[in-house]
Design a protein. Sequence first.
Length: 173
Amino acid sequence: MERLCRYGARGALALERLSRAEDGRIAYRMKRPLPGGTTHLFFTELELLRRLASLVPPPRANLTRFHGIFAPGAKLRPFLVPQAGVEEASVAPEAVARQEARKERPARVNWAGLLRRTFVLDVFACVRCGGRRRVLAYVNEAGGGRAILEHLGLPTAGASLAPTRGPPQAAWC
């Protein structure tokens, strides 16, 4: 699943192949030359954005669509797709053991494992002494964090934000 997510999160373009041409257009170096010998594609900024925007899928739409017998409403689909709750008497014992082992695994990686994998950061390692930290408690209630901060004498209010500003106005001469 992680490999699939990494594949899906990779960019649509190889950034090391993009460069700026002398005339100001953006040049994209092809991996292999086209049959006509073309090695670079040239785009203006707007053309490149238009082409990249076409790669973004529409919101809330499935990218994989099934037709024919694999379609969700197909009349023969129940005969093709295995149904949940079917008697597993004909299943080999090795397959049952694999399914039971799969059920025993944790469903998710904990937050510390995700931070370690994503940012190469071990949150349980103390930077001062090099020892190991451990979780003492989880604060689940809304006022729990405020009570702890008040007890420690730390500020409970968040940082004040500057008021929003509009876009800069052009000076009219």
